[in-house]
Ligand binder design. Structure first.
Ligand SMILES: *Cc1c(COP(=O)(O)O)cnc(C)c1O
Length: 428
């Protein structure tokens, strides 16, 4: 395929935007080459600026679960836009989407809307600290909760149990309050809790990890985490920015039947517009301003266009819960097909899948945490990525990303993708 115009547009963009992109995951640093510029998209397909059609397995990193330019969502936005795009005053649609979200997600009474997943997680942690009166938090290595300071932390050296900044600009003072645990390792969590008795406000986790490839929780892990949190007066935050309204109507809380204390949302909840949200029971949510002491605000929060898109999206998912079954079936079909052709071509691999989240790791060890995810062969991934791109299949330009399956994919698209992988596998 030819990417002449994309390359030219990227060169222009680089002059005025750092790295030519407004979010680093869009750059091709992990795979080499220049990012593809999108002109438009419909259903399961992207159309780039050079006129290539690509089958899309990123789907805006999750939101387009029903496909691009999904008509009910687009129409809701158009109709709303005609009536004014922002007021900084309450609107009825905010209550409508809140009522719907509260009815779909277990164990929440109230929800506050923000503009991104980052904001949702950042605000949830502040709320947890305010509610418990404690400062420290536990996060898991390899889980992503947005780019706010408390989360940009890597494992400390030597015997230190607290983290160190993994980006310049994050202060040591901030880093010392974030403790880093190993995903799927409950003994590790217990040890951190024991070493920091009565200091931990919350544990934040992706209930299915999706930012180091897809990593399911091992059997009993989330249950054990719930038990440890309850016993130590620690709030359990499920970051469902990726899993919420994707794995089930009620997200991972419903799928695994575990009650989180605070749930964070983003991606699907905005139907492709900038929306995040965090939600909890009344006793916790009533701690928020203006009725409680924990401050949190946003000029564009609950924006009418964003709420219209989100409401249209959630309404579709609520009215047609068979979508979740259909998504899981399509993803399972893809899983079986990919495993078959990779095995036939003697390509070492591990595939992880939960519902409509799936990832391929080019290593044969079980992938259960950040260290095992990092073992994947990146040279093979690069060749795999570019091979698929040439065949018209777009996956994330990084070995650490989950594929987000959209219900707009047909079984012909899936067969085309499996055939493309078979062809590429012969070259690896
Ligand atoms: C994408 C993501 C975020 C951050 O959301 P943004 O809207 O990009 O700020 C947070 N948590 C998880 C699990 C995510 O996948």
């Amino acid at each position: 395929m030819i990417y002449k115009r994309s390359s030219a547009l990227f060169a222009e963009a680089e002059k005025v935007i750092p790295g030519g992109v407004n979010s680093p995951v869009r750059a091709f640093n992990g795979v080499g080459g220049t990012p593809i510029f999108v002109k438009e998209a419909k259903g399961a397909y992207l159309y780039d600026e050079d006129g290539n059609r690509l089958i899309d397995y990123i789907n805006s990193w999750g939101p387009m679960i029903l496909g691009h330019a999904h008509e009910p969502v687009v129409n809701a936005v158009i109709e709303k836009a005609k009536k004014g795009t922002s007021f900084g005053m309450p609107t009825e649609i905010e209550t409508q989407i809140a009522e719907l979200a509260v009815s779909m997600v277990p164990n929440i009474d109230k929800i506050r809307f923000v503009n991104s997943g980052t904001e949702a997680c950042m605000s949830a942690v502040r709320l947890a600290r305010g509610f418990t009166g404690k400062d420290k938090i536990i996060k898991f290595a390899g889980c992503y909760h947005g780019h706010s300071d408390s989360f940009l932390i890597q494992a400390g050296s030597g015997a230190s149990t607290f983290g160190t900044p993994n980006s310049p600009g994050v202060t040591k003072g901030t880093a010392k309050d974030t403790l880093l645990a190993t995903y799927n390792d409950i003994e590790n969590v217990k040890a951190l809790v024991e070493a920091n008795k009565n200091e931990i406000a919350c544990v934040i986790i992706e209930p299915v990890a999706g930012n180091m490839g897809c990593i399911p929780p091992t059997k009993g892990f989330l249950e054990a985490l719930r038990t440890v949190c309850t016993a130590n007066n620690i709030l359990l935050i499920f970051d469902e920015v990726m899993t919420g309204f994707r794995l089930a109507k009620g997200g991972a809380q419903e799928l695994y039947n575990i009650k989180a204390d605070i749930a964070c949302f983003g991606k699907v909840i905005g139907g492709g517009l900038p929306v995040g949200a965090f939600a909890a029971r009344n006793e916790i949510m009533n701690y928020l301003a203006p009725i409680g002491p924990v401050y949190q605000a946003g000029t564009l929060s609950g924006n009418p266009l964003a709420m219209a898109a989100g409401l249209a999206m959630l309404t579709e998912l609520n009215n047609k819960p068979e979508i979740f079954t259909s998504l899981a079936e399509k993803t399972a079909y893809l899983h079986t097909g990919i495993a078959k052709v990779l095995t036939e071509n003697n390509i070492t691999h591990t595939i992880n899948r939960v519902g409509s989240m799936i990832s391929i790791h080019f290593d044969d060890a079980e992938v259960v945490d950040f260290n095992s995810a990092a073992k994947g062969n990146n040279d093979i991934f690069k060749a795999f990525f570019h091979g698929l791109l040439n065949a018209g299949v777009y996956i994330a330009p990084s070995a650490f990303e989950t594929w987000f399956i959209t219900d707009a994919l047909s079984y012909e698209d899936l067969d085309f993708t499996i055939a493309a992988i078979n062809t590429v596998a012969k070259t690896l």
